[in-house]
Ligand binder design. Structure first.
Ligand SMILES: [Fe+2]
Length: 274
């Protein structure tokens, strides 16, 4: 029986799904293996492993989950099979993956806005650079959560990013859209905090409050102020002056880091605003 169990465990490890590997291997191994029904099932798996795709394995997991009073595998206690993982609840892991998705979505939306202002018939290098920088910032946030997930012994599950639904009518509209996105992301961060609090995960709570919340609030404040200033953009001269201010205040100062050939064209930097 012990040999069968360890074989079964090795078999499950071939599946990347944590549901298959962690829940089934630990729970079925300890609690279901001794029953004649599950033993028969295991023998079937060893006979024809090719018939047991991930989909079939998930059914097995669900079966075991029901036996353990869990409606799905993810609602069970934290996985125990992965080494280097301690006190990291499955629900926290899931919501961190959700946050990675939201940060990447925000990054792509900012990139779409930046591309709008970078078009030759729009040509507003201040707004172009500002939103390009915002894109880099959101991308970096996604990577912070990505690396954090791995550090805690979790599994990163990347989801497809949505096509950005942004087509700004002008600078004022773009900054209003940005404010809505920042508020949305802040609310998502609070959800991560609440799940971490529920499972007494002190470090995830600290990650949110220390590394994200202040910056998020500063962004919301900054965008609110810029929306006020952007009211002058209803005339061509106002639009020029506003963009020049954005360029000087937010794009030019980070020149060494961001204004390289890959972020803004040299000619634009040299000719636009000095
Ligand atoms: Fe962010």
């Amino acid at each position: 029986m012990q040999n069968l169990a360890s074989n079964y465990f090795s078999f499950l490890q071939k599946f990347s799904s944590p549901k298959s590997c962690e829940l089934t291997s630990t729970k079925l191994y300890h609690e279901n293996l001794a029953t004649p029904k599950s033993q028969k099932l295991l023998e079937k798996i060893f006979d024809k492993p090719q018939e047991y795709s991930n989909q079939n394995m998930d059914k097995l997991v669900l079966l075991s989950g029901q036996k353990l009073n869990c409606s799905t595998a993810n609602q069970c206690e934290e996985p125990k099979a992965r080494k280097g993982r301690h006190g990291y609840h499955q629900e926290v892991e899931n919501i961190v993956n959700e946050q990675i998705y939201h940060e990447f979505n925000a990054a792509l939306s900012y990139l779409a806005i930046a591309s709008h202002f970078g078009q030759t018939d729009i040509a507003l290098p201040g707004c172009h650079g500002y939103f390009f920088n915002m894109h880099l910032e959101e991308h970096e946030h996604a990577l912070v959560f990505f690396n954090y997930q791995l550090m805690r012994g979790g599994q990163v599950k990347l989801k497809g990013i949505d096509t950005p639904q942004v087509s700004p009518k002008g600078p004022a509209d773009a900054f209003n859209t940005a404010l809505e996105m920042e508020i949305f992301v802040k609310e998502k961060l609070i959800e991560v905090f609440n799940v971490a609090e529920k499972h007494k995960d002190l470090q995830v709570q600290d990650l949110i409050t220390t590394d994200f919340m202040e910056e998020q609030n500063k962004s919301i404040c900054e965008l609110g102020r810029l929306i006020e200033r952007s009211k002058i953009t209803d005339t061509p001269l106002g639009e020029y002056l506003f963009d020049k201010m954005i360029f000087s205040a937010f794009v030019k100062k980070d020149g060494s880091k961001l204004m390289n050939k890959r972020s803004l064209q040299d000619t634009e930097i040299n000719l636009a605003y000095k």
